[in-house]
Design a protein around this ligand. Structure first.
Ligand code: NAD
Length: 295
């Protein structure tokens, strides 16, 4: 069985490398040729086009930035739809608008191709370790066929519902993460300006109810002033944009999400959009004129 992998960025590259290590026959494509070389050096085959990936692979995985990229890769000129044939499976692991997942699924279904939306949580370290959390939308029958492949890249793989449900779950995940980082930032700036060592605050609260995976992951980096991505603020803006649109479509006001969105927009104006989303704290630091760093 040949697996096609399109989109070898921060996440896609280590995910594809893990599939290669698990001895899958891998055919890869990205517009950035240096990323393709990392995979061919590891023994994968490079395709000249997306269409070629769709023609030759049995299962096609995509890991792209956002909805427009997924539309281009699947439905664009020389794209997946042009090369694919009935009986194959497409799994989009990008975090995109749930409505676009459903749109892509319909187009593929017309060609007899099954589709799953399977976004992930966990970031680059978990992509490298093969311990990502997959949230999957689509038919159970298709899910069962590919579960083993997703398990190579993931520590948990959960079917949450029909096509689009994976990305609805991811939007919920991204709201919780963004608000959690903002809460940590607000609290730590307060503690620091009030004269308490932020590392001591972290150590005192991490085992209690305020403790969280976000706190444990981001606080050590914040204390070093290390905002190298990781997960870029511009990608989180994209996710919150999708969350706001989807929420308003289904009639749900999400006021806290819109506040954090504006904080991220302010950081973008100041040139921080390529920083890790832990860099949200820089907004609070700038307002309060204090830096939350290790003493
Ligand atoms: P990235 O920008 O590093 O990688 C995207 C890759 O897609 C790039 O290599 C780019 O060249 C390629 N690409 C874009 N258009 C293409 C096209 N038309 N044809 C072929 N390749 C194309 O992004 P990333 O950080 O790897 O994130 C990918 C997805 O995973 C995003 O939806 C993101 O929100 C999600 N995600 C990222 C993280 C993270 O920590 N980085 C964590 C969880 C989920």
């Amino acid at each position: 069985m040949k697996i096609g992998f399109i989109g070898l960025g921060i996440m896609g590259k280590p995910m594809a490398l893990n599939l290669k290590k698990a001895v899958y026959d891998l055919l890869v494509f990205d517009i950035v040729k240096s990323s393709v070389k990392v995979l061919t050096d590891a023994g994968a085959e490079a395709a000249d086009s997306i269409k070629e990936v769709a023609e030759k692979a049995d299962i096609i995985l995509t890991m792209l930035p956002n909805s427009p990229h997924v539309k281009t890769v699947i439905a664009g000129e020389n794209g997946v739809l042009e090369g694919i044939s009935s009986g194959k499976i497409v799994i989009d692991m990008s975090s995109i608008a749930p409505g676009v997942s459903q749109e892509m699924s319909k187009l593929l279904q017309e060609k007899g191709v099954a589709f799953l939306d399977a976004p992930v949580s966990g970031g680059e370290p978990k992509a490298v370790d093969g311990t990502l959390a997959f949230m999957v939308g689509g038919p159970e029958e298709t899910f069962k066929k590919v579960e083993e492949i997703l398990n190579v890249m993931g520590g948990s793989v959960t079917l949450v519902g029909d096509v689009g449900s994976g990305n609805v779950t991811k939007l919920a995940n991204q709201i919780i993460v963004a608000l959690n980082i903002a809460a940590v930032s607000e609290a730590m700036v307060l503690a620091t300006k009030a004269g308490v060592d932020p590392e001591a605050v972290f150590n005192a609260i991490k085992g209690g109810l305020a403790g969280s995976t976000v706190l444990n992951a981001k606080m050590p980096l914040i204390l070093e002033g290390n905002f190298k991505p990781g997960f870029r603020i511009e990608l989180h803006i994209k996710d919150l944009m999708n969350a706001l649109e989807t929420a308003h479509d289904v009639g749900v006001p999400i006021p806290l999400t819109s506040s954090v969105m504006e904080i991220m927009q302010a950081l973008k104006v100041k040139g921080h959009e390529k920083d890790d989303h832990g860099g949200i704290i820089q907004f609070y630091e700038s307002m309060a004129d204090v830096k939350v760093r290790r003493k």
